[in-house]
Every structure is written in C-alpha cells, then in structure tokens.
Design a protein. Structure first.
Length: 255
C-alpha cells in the first residue's frame, strides 16, 4: 500500500533526512588513505546516536539476505555496487567509495547515498560519479505532480545509457516513510507515462547505481550482501529521499 504523507509528516521526514546527510558527511570527512570501513561506520553511528536516531540498516534482513545486516552504513568500494558490509579493509589511494545510510527519527525515515574518491582520483571515476549524479538529478527533475514512476525511471536510464553505463535491472529506488522500504518500487529502467501516478505527499528514494563497464549484470559476494560488477569495472551509487509537492520535488536528505 502506498501512503501519501501529510505536510506535517514531510517536515518530520526532513528532520530524519538531515540526520542522514550529517552522517554521510561525517563518513566523507573521515575517509582517507589508511582508514578502515569500520571506522567510517563508527563515524556514522556517532551522528545517529547524538541525534537520538535509530539505524534502519542495522539488523535489517530482506528475503535475499542470509544474515541480518551488521552495520549502520553500506560501504561499497571500487567494483562493489551496493550493500557492502563495513570490514577492516583500509582505504587505499584512488579508491572509489559509495556510502549508503539511513536514519529513523520520531517514527519517520530518511535514506541517501554518496560516492566519492579517496586520495588521488582516477579521471574515469570522477566521470562515473558525475554521470551518476546527473542521472539522479534527472530522476528528481522528473518527480513532479502529474508524472508517473516510469517518467523517473526513464529519466535516470536515459542519462545512464548516454554515459554508456550499466545499471542492475532488479534493484532501484523505493517508497519511504514510516519504513525504509515502502511501496512503490522506483526502477532505474522504465517507460515514460507508466506506473504509479505522482501526487503531492508521495515520498520516494531515488537511487541510480551506475557501472562503468556498461553491463547490467552483477554478482553477489559470499557474504550474501555485497553486489559487484560482473566484469570488475567500477561502480557508483548516489541517492536522495525526496517528496513530491505541488511546488516541485523537495529533497529531504540535504544538510
């Protein structure tokens, strides 16, 4: 069931979204050559604890996962696309890092992701991150009253195809509100004019995941969580929680 949020609920979600943005910025500041992924997770935990927020990631176990997720962030490096578990891996010069984080505050949830490089960046990685940001921006721009979910999906995929990047066909964005994952599903591939109609008060997480190699296939690590490009190419993931409003899309996960 799709829940349309009241304006009061949107303000509550904005507060949760601000906590997410602060946690992501804390991980970005902490990331440096030699820093472990567990240390990035700890930086995010500190922000959530200070805000009195709960992590919707910690202990989460969807149907595909063999075990509950053990951290408050997903930390995916280089060819890891999404859902990377923070480990003792220490960041190296030139790594491409994607961090996904959520926060539940006063019964409402926010979810967002960033991608960035550590140390000396590869030009191709910067181009991949920029293309992923353009795809997200296009998806957000299409998220207006009177459009449909398919218009968002088409906007995202148009940018990805122009950049000759692949995207997984069975993972994408989602509705969000009282829970991290709600209806409707927001695919990154789709046809314009199709799918659930966009109305004032609908809240969505839009999250393009681009793979530089151009293929849509991926593989799953033995941990049952981490998704990797099948050809070893780099991947980037950027996400925002937004609200559809009469005044246009409102991004809820900004500082």
């Amino acid at each position: 069931m799709v829940e349309i949020k009241t304006d009061t609920a949107l303000e509550k979600m904005r507060e949760a979204g601000r906590v997410v943005a602060e946690a992501l910025e804390a991980t970005r500041r902490a990331a440096a050559v030699g820093v472990s992924l567990r240390e990035l997770d700890e930086a995010a935990r500190t922000v959530l604890t200070k805000a009195g927020a709960r992590s919707p990631f910690l202990g989460y176990q969807p149907s595909f996962a063999p075990t509950p997720f053990p951290a408050v962030i997903c930390a995916s490096v280089n060819d890891a696309l999404v859902h990377g578990i923070p480990t003792d891996y220490r960041l190296r010069d030139g790594d491409l890092v994607s961090i996904d984080c959520g926060a539940e505050l006063d019964g409402w949830t926010g979810d967002a992701a960033i991608s960035f490089t550590v140390g000396t960046p590869r030009p191709a990685d910067l181009e991949l991150i920029a293309a992923t940001q353009r795809a997200l921006d296009a998806g957000i721009a299409a998220a207006t009253v009177g459009h449909r979910i398919g218009d968002i999906a088409h906007a995202v995929s148009t940018v990805a195809h122009a950049a000759e990047c692949g995207m997984p066909t069975d993972f994408g964005g989602h509705g969000i509100g009282r829970q991290m994952h709600e209806d409707p599903h927001v695919p990154n591939h789709g046809r314009p004019g199709r799918g659930f109609p966009l109305r004032h008060g609908l809240t969505l997480a839009i999250e393009p995941m681009l793979m530089a190699g151009g293929r849509n296939e991926y593989r799953t690590d033995p941990d049952g969580w981490t998704l990797r490009t099948i050809d070893g190419s780099r991947a980037a993931h950027i996400e925002h929680t937004i609200a559809i409003t009469q005044d246009g899309p409102r991004v809820l996960t900004l500082l």
